[in-house]
Ligand binder design. Structure first.
Ligand SMILES: C=C(O[C@@H]1C=C(C(=O)O)C=C[C@H]1O)C(=O)O
Length: 203
């Protein structure tokens, strides 16, 4: 796990965005088994984080109606229920998932305006409640298209939690999934930050 030299404070950079070259998880079968198990886990990341620390919290970096990248629009267009030409407004939520006050995950969720209707309007007012609690308690929830990417640690983390790394070339790993609630899509990115248990190699 990359050593962290200076932990200062959360820097409210919003929106940070996530620019990556995503690959199917099978492409990374050679990764350390601990890291792979976190990246491939089909369950709620919130629940797994809660099980691995004393105090779990969500720190909202920002939330707003914003333009999204072509890559994100294309990922949402993989949903058979979504029409990118009809839906041009997206709510973007970026948070840090913290374990015992340490940021373990940077998460960015992109929700088309057409998803924020009916029951799903509650997704716009989550605040510091974890999105996972809503997703994994919904009978209509489905998840597909899990893909994985690596990130240069310094470029991402220094913008999010103002940390530096002693190790040159330290990289972080993240995943992206396409969820549906009541057949309405939302795109969730989760990037494991240096403190995450995902980097604790199995003995
Ligand atoms: C999708 C989940 O929700 C988590 C919580 C999020 C939030 O509160 O914004 C975002 C991504 C997830 O890591 C989950 O728990 O698996």
């Amino acid at each position: 796990m990359p050593a962290i030299s200076h932990f200062q404070h959360f820097k409210q950079a919003f929106p940070l965005g996530v620019d990556a070259s995503w690959q199917a998880i099978e492409h990374y079968a050679e990764l350390d088994s601990s890291l792979y198990s976190w990246l491939a886990d089909a369950g709620s990341l919130t629940e797994r984080l809660m099980a691995n620390c004393q105090h779990f919290s969500v720190r909202v970096i920002g939330q707003d109606v914003l333009p999204v990248s072509d890559v994100e629009r294309q990922a949402l267009a993989d949903s058979k229920y979504f029409n990118p030409s009809a839906d041009t407004q997206y709510m973007v939520r970026e948070v840090l998932l913290c374990c015992d006050q340490q940021p373990w995950v940077f998460a960015r969720t992109v929700i088309p305006a057409s998803t924020l209707t009916g029951e799903e309007r509650q997704l716009a007012t989550l605040g510091e409640q974890p999105l996972g609690a809503t997703l994994f308690n919904a009978a209509s929830m489905t998840r597909q298209n899990l893909v994985v990417a690596s990130f240069s640690a310094n470029s991402l983390v220094s913008q999010v939690v103002h940390q530096r790394f002693d190790e040159e070339g330290a990289i972080l790993w993240g995943r992206r999934s396409l969820f549906h609630l009541s057949n309405k899509p939302l795109l969730v990115h989760e990037i494991f930050l240096p403190a995450a248990q995902a980097y604790q190699q199995n003995d």
